[in-house]
Ligand binder design. Sequence first.
Ligand code: FAD
Length: 466
Amino acid sequence: MPHPRTGFAALDQSHIAALSTLVGPDRASTKRADLELHARDQSFHPQRPPDLLLMPETTEEVSQIMRYANAYRLPVTAWGAGTSLEGNSIPVRGGIMIDFGRMNRILNVHPDDFQVDVQPGITRLELNKSLARYGLFFTPEPGANATIGGMIANNASGIKTIKYGATKDNVLRLQVVKADGEVIQVGTRARKDSSGYDLLHLFVGSEGTLGLITEATLKLAPMPQEFSAVLASFEDVASAIQAVVEIVGAGLEPTALEFVDKETVQALNTDKGLAFPAAPTVIMEFIGSGEGEGLQAAMDICKSCGATQWASARGTEERNKLWEIRHHTYESLVRQHPGMAQKILDVCVPVSSYPELVSYSDEVLKQHRLLGYKFGHAGDGNLHINIVHDPADDEHHERVEAANALIVRRALALEGTATGEHGVGIGKRQFMLEQLGPAVNLMRQIKDILDPHGILNPGKIFLDEG
Ligand SMILES: Cc1cc2nc3c(=O)[nH]c(=O)nc-3n(C[C@H](O)[C@H](O)[C@H](O)COP(=O)(O)OP(=O)(O)OC[C@H]3O[C@@H](n4cnc5c(N)ncnc54)[C@H](O)[C@@H]3O)c2cc1C
């Protein structure tokens, strides 16, 4: 059923003038170049520039913007670093874009509690650079240098999720500006909190559709002094994936457990002048310098699953070399196919179903005559496939979308999810009813309570927003 919210007010000159005064003229822009910089994320969903860019510096400014936008029914989209992969930060209905880049301060470090209070616009790398002097770090590690606000809003995760959890597991408190401009606090700095409904986690992963995050308290972990890593190559994908399942099943505690298929290794070797064996590969990392129990047991499992070659690395430098193969996958694949688009699939299943998901994906790619590079956070059951296609060829694009839909549906049939970490955005809306059933109506009701005029990031998560 179409949602009754159909129209927004046009952002005319009087709105632009009034809103610009709220932040000052140097932090408001209608310049074409500024608007176009905020028209697309890193996906291939159609671009749409906002009508006005605002760069607030305080929670009070964000609150005033929201009060105004709510009163006049103006759409508002938040922007972190724009590295989303499902169209999450594209302002599909135009309107106001709030770029949090000026709210990028560390407010307090609480080293004894392993916590930090930050503004949302700080990036993960900036934050971790500043925390290094305390020997601490914020653990979620998506492949891009995302902002903390964008990571919380998308519930991002990455290579280290198998040990430290996703962003949702590492956020303790948020300050949120609601659609009507009211400022609320959700969560506390206490390690445990059973005070009623879990509003904190309502906002984590809400993609800027329920409220705007203006402060966060994050959990930190001690930076390990030493790492050791192993890269094991296998004859076939099935053996590599079996090793992943057995390592997880054995209760070993890697800090990372990644799968990279043969085609991806080949592409990375060519792009970066590396010489890793071109074969299905598992990369794992453990804390500690030597071949401690975990690492040795994991290597034994790889050997028993038929690993044909392995390389180990101790210490940060050696380990970083080994990780070259995984850390720059996206950029390397883009460089290998100039002028082509890459649809990045993101699905996640229980780890025991990972082998089935991977082999089914292979079949689908073959049936649809598509080139797809498979890799992912295998220890979490999270598979990515970069499918290469010609953006100007509609028929090619249709085959990609058909393959994507089949793989997502198989992930759902395996009791998994349509999106492990990239969020719903625009691209995964069509699967929400299938995944959530009637619970999607509850999500809609929550959205309507918190944002009755539907001004926050319209067109995302819900298909009924068109
Ligand atoms: C090369 C590459 C590799 C990647 N690897 C991974 C990976 O391994 N794991 C992973 O999870 N993701 C990955 N991503 C996706 C992306 O980095 C994450 O989704 C990230 O969380 C986006 O953060 P951002 O700061 O760029 O946010 P944006 O893209 O700007 O915004 C993301 C969402 O958050 C909302 N938002 C932003 N700031 C706020 C705020 N203050 N309050 C409320 N809402 C807000 C936006 O409206 C939007 O809905 C990758 C992307 C790229 C390009």
